[in-house]
Design a protein around this ligand. Structure first.
Ligand code: MG
Ligand code: MG
Length: 258
């Protein structure tokens, strides 16, 4: 799974190097698809069936969600503008195992408030990773994630959650970024070595509520205010949580993994 994670990490370095005013989201997506092909990696998003029968499958290797778009945005001829933010979510299978990661990138200079949103969302993901090594149940991590976001004056999206990941991108269990008494009673899970989950907080400046757009995929905030999304694939090992979609560590190199 680390090999898949490294490929997805490298796809994000490519995205980071390409995001700038004037580029289109479909151009970003095409370059990342070419990168996966070169790596012999199988993109996981293209062709994902729509949850509603009769609706179109997802057409691209990345979700690209701009500004008030929360998740599942379809890459298009939309040109990124100075001050936009674009959430790039992408996954790949390498050697039979999956990696999944999302980052919200600033396009040029962005508003201070939006920068705070990005910092809060990456911060709450880092908090979750740290707590995964210190708590025994996911509900305890999720409770502290929701509190962290609330304390920053933003709201956690509740319509979408993270997931188990392994041979397939979406496996049990569901991994919410908030906790309810009902969740704790009926769906909670233990944080034990061998578990691999994709943790993916989505945070809004305003209302937590989302709405679907007419393209059948894109989810946007109801109030038009910005949203951010950060995700890592994380394994719990005997020596603590390990981020699988992170940069090469000492003794690793991306090229030798490819
Ligand atoms: Mg993802
Ligand atoms: Mg995911």
């Amino acid at each position: 799974m680390r090999r898949a994670g490294l490929v997805v990490w490298a796809a994000h370095q490519l995205a980071r190097s390409l995001v700038r005013p004037g580029v289109t989201t479909e151009d970003l997506d095409r370059q990342i698809e070419e990168f996966y092909v070169k790596q012999g990696a199988e993109p996981l998003f293209k062709g994902v069936p729509h949850p509603s029968p009769g609706k179109p499958a997802f057409p691209s290797v990345c979700c690209m969600s701009v500004n008030d778009e929360v998740v599942h945005g379809i890459p298009s001829s939309r040109v990124l503008q100075e001050g936009d933010v674009v959430s790039v979510d992408t996954g790949a299978r390498v050697g039979g195992w999956c990696g999944d990661s999302a980052v919200t990138y600033p396009v040029g200079r962005i508003d201070d408030e939006v920068q705070k949103l990005l910092d809060c969302t990456s911060g709450v993901l880092n908090l979750a990773i740290e707590l995964m090594g210190q708590r025994s149940r996911w509900s305890d991590v999720a409770t502290e994630m929701a509190k962290y976001v609330r304390d920053h004056g933003f709201s956690v999206v509740e319509n979408f959650v993270g997931h188990g990941i392994g041979r397939n991108m979406h496996e049990e269990p569901q991994v919410p970024n908030f906790c309810t008494p009902q969740y704790r009673r009926n769906h909670d899970f233990a944080l034990e070595p061998g578990l691999v989950i994709a943790v993916e907080p989505m945070v809004n400046i305003g209302s937590k509520k989302v709405r679907g757009l007419a393209d059948d995929w894109t989810q946007s905030t109801v109030d038009g205010k910005a949203s951010a999304h950060f995700e890592h694939t994380i394994a719990i090992t005997e020596s603590g949580p390990v981020v699988l979609t992170s940069a090469p560590r000492e003794g690793e190199s991306f090229e030798s993994e490819a």
